[in-house]
Design a protein. Sequence first.
Length: 208
Amino acid sequence: MATDKAFKVGIIIGSRRVVRVGPQIASFVHDIIKNAEEKAASPRRTVTFDVVDLKAVDLPFFDEPGIPQRIQSADGYAHEHTRAWSRRVAALDAFVFVTPQRNWSFPAELKNALDFLFHEWAGKPAMIVSYGGHGGHQCAEQLRAVLRAMRVRVTEKSVGFAFPDPDFRTKCFNGQELGLDASNDAGPWAAQRSEVVSAWDELLIPEY
Ligand SMILES: Cc1cc2nc3c(=O)[nH]c(=O)nc-3n(C[C@H](O)[C@H](O)[C@H](O)COP(=O)(O)O)c2cc1C
């Protein structure tokens, strides 16, 4: 049943590499979720999205003197960049992490952005979409472990987008246009769209 209060979802782009495909993949995931919400027979609640690009957030390496787990509000942080990051994440109700695999893990910039805060993440639901040569499953498992330690409620279902062929892989390496289109049944990763929707449906379960 729809409620008046909007459910605010952060779509976190986990890569801030100089050339990258993360924003395209996040946009693809965003479109899949928006399409699923539009098609839902009775929208469960109003959903709004905040696409969080860590490159634009531009945090330095962790530089807070305090332990985030002991800080309960934005005022408790020493630096304005942390207070701004705290306010942005605190305003969100759930997270969709879209992350590449790097050396079997997730990017350092994503770990850094997570480490800056604690209570702003904790207790909220999240789903993981990884990408890489074979779908980035090691990255997803590592991110899952970190999020669990931070008391984030990670969905059991996750999505791994594997690079389908060498040409596509090279485009990813170079940050080139991938031709992703959430409405094209014949496009790249069309078959994985249902997995995104399944994880999304799990994220929306109230106890999650
Ligand atoms: C330092 C580095 C390490 C990487 N390690 C892996 C890896 O372990 N497994 C994998 O499938 N891809 C790996 N890749 C390839 C990335 O998944 C690929 O370049 C992807 O496009 C990165 O996402 P981005 O373009 O959004 O930054 C690595 C890329 C870099 C730059």
